[in-house]
Design a binder for this molecule. Structure first.
Ligand code: NPW
Ligand code: K
Length: 499
């Protein structure tokens, strides 16, 4: 399965390279695209009474004229409604000329129950908010409650950001896109506007995509399974890594234990909860296989790192915001060394609200511990306020900029979690579930990330794998899920991954 995601700009580049390399010309690619859409319409709605094809002035509209011709060829009653006309000499103009159905102005479009609509108004070239006539067409589809099949993208949605360019966008039952998905198919709200997404092969080969060199991927095992840590037959517990999790004070120890349990389930050989003296008894009462060590201050943290050589540390969950956490994080980054990783979550992120540069400088220093940051939207805004405010950037670009600035892998959490690496690679997660919107679920994610890091998985792949496994465990567990369930719910997911 191809998991690359192409930005609209990269898609246009792939298109250019493919046409230059042959064998397909631009109009042939357009015919292949239109044929893929028409075939899907016929397969899914063989009993549709009438098809309305909405055609815009660009190549998206060109695809629409091909769909209209092919549907009419097999006897479907087709009406074409046009907004603007293709430029003379363009591929779209040729497709329109070859379409036997005379286009009518879109203002006359009136669908009825039993009809089907093919939205070929705008795709990759959407450059401004939809016109009042296009918005009226959306309202008519909504009122008639008829299925919309979007060609490439639901018109109105930006392929780059997944956001509507104006106030309105089509909502499709099915979106047929070409070659590879675009960020707007996976980022919200675009993902919801697309309905089911089908990627059609139109004759642009993998070698063309490789030449374009995309650095964004849909998250899933294909992306990271080859780097997943498989326990060797002759392993022992410390060869499977050691995770240390810093515990909070008396009223907030649960978050660290959630991270610790998750780390243990995710395959790390040993886990130690690092607890202040006043919470040792509470933590001890809830831990069995997980070790416990008293850590009251920076010196004790340093001593743990040098005596027990943890391979990853989790700092933040339930810890409390403030100077002690900042100091601890900087000490870990500066003294732990390159073979240790730090997962900074929750309070760990918020603590650097006023001094993010100190964190980024420490993370960027040669030989520093590797850093993974796991902000949700609010935390992201605290650490990267200017990036968060920039409305022109997609969530993907925001995560990428944050990773480059912080020198850390950033897991920008949400229903469409984006994982970005300082080297420019990024992944968009698509198996998220609202079941994960529950207290403590982020602590579990931090524990899984740390466990994979501790077992030697590279940071970007570890972050991607953890995000996917976390969501997969939640989906398979189903309703009623609370964070305590997640570590155990990882087992069936692990059985498949490691099986
Ligand atoms: N890449 C490939 O491999 C293949 C791509 N294919 C297809 O090509 C599509 C991309 O085509 P495209 O670049 O011509 O862009 P498209 O979306 O048709 O719009 C551009 C036109 O619309 C206009 N316009 C924009 N927004 C507007 C608005 N709100 N209201 C009014 N006008 C608006 C815009 O005007 P301008 O911005 O120039 O003023 C321009 O005239 C892609 O989505 C896929 O379906 C396939 O054929 C197979 C091969
Ligand atoms: K469209």
């Amino acid at each position: 399965m191809s998991n690359e995601i192409l930005t609209p700009h990269e898609m246009a580049e792939a298109d250019r390279l493919a046409i230059a390399a042959g064998p397909f010309s631009g109009i042939q690619l357009m015919c292949n695209a239109g044929a893929a859409v028409a075939a899907e319409v016929l397969r899914r709605w063989p009993a549709a009474i009438r098809a309305h094809v909405l055609c815009g002035p660009g190549n998206n509209g060109g695809d629409g004229y091909v769909v209209a011709r092919l549907l009419a060829d097999v006897g479907v009653r087709v009406t074409v409604w046009a907004e603007g006309r293709p430029k003379a000499g363009s591929d779209a103009a040729q497709a329109a000329a070859e379409c036997p159905i005379e286009a009518q102005p879109i203002s006359g479009f009136h669908p009825e129950g039993g009809d089907i609509v093919v939205d070929a108004l705008y795709g990759a070239g959407l450059s401004k908010p939809l016109s009042p006539s296009a918005v009226a067409a959306i309202v008519k589809c909504r009122k008639a409650k008829i299925p919309v099949v979007a060609v490439d993208l639901p018109s109105g949605i930006s392929g780059e950001t997944g956001h509507p360019v104006g106030d309105e966008a089509f909502r499709a039952a099915l979106t047929v896109t070409f070659v590879r998905k675009k960020p707007g198919h996976l980022l919200l709200p675009g993902r919801e506007a697309c309905g089911e997404i089908l990627v059609a092969d139109i004759g642009i080969g993998a070698e063309i995509i490789a030449a374009v060199g995309p650095k964004c991927f849909e998250n899933g095992p294909v992306l990271w399974q080859s780097r997943y840590p498989m326990p060797a037959a002759d392993t022992h517990k410390y060869r499977r890594g050691h995770v240390g999790v810093f515990s909070g004070g008396p009223s907030s120890t649960g978050a660290a234990r959630l991270a610790a349990f998750a780390a243990a389930r995710a395959g790390v050989g040993a886990v130690t909860v690092l607890s202040p003296g006043n919470t040792l008894a509470t933590n001890a009462a809830h831990l069995t296989s997980i070790m416990l060590r008293r850590v009251d201050d920076i010196d004790a943290a340093r001593a743990f790192i040098s005596d027990r050589k943890p391979s990853a540390l989790v700092l933040g969950p339930g810890f409390g915001v403030g100077e002690p956490l900042r100091e601890l994080a900087l000490v870990v980054l500066e003294t732990a060394g390159a073979e240790v990783s730090l997962v900074l979550d929750a309070d760990g992120i918020t603590s650097f609200h006023d001094a993010p540069a100190s964190l980024f400088i420490a993370a960027g220093a040669k030989g520093a511990a590797g850093l993974v940051l796991t902000p949700h939207e609010g935390e992201f805004g605290r650490l990267f306020p200017d990036i968060a405010r920039d409305a022109a950037l997609s969530k993907l670009e925001k995560a990428r900029k944050a990773a480059a600035r912080s020198h850390g892998v950033v897991i920008y959490k949400g229903p469409d979690t984006v994982i970005a690496s300082p080297d420019g690679r990024a992944a968009i997660n698509a198996n998220g579930t609202p079941l994960l919107a529950t207290a403590g679920s982020g602590d579990v994610l931090s524990g899984i990330v740390a466990a994979l890091l501790a077992q030697g998985m590279p940071a970007f792949e570890a972050a991607c794998a953890a995000v996917w496994m976390h969501a997969e465990a939640a989906r398979r567990f189903g309703p009623g899920l609370i964070a305590e369930d997640l570590p155990l719910a990882l087992c069936p997911v692990l059985r498949e991954l490691l099986g």
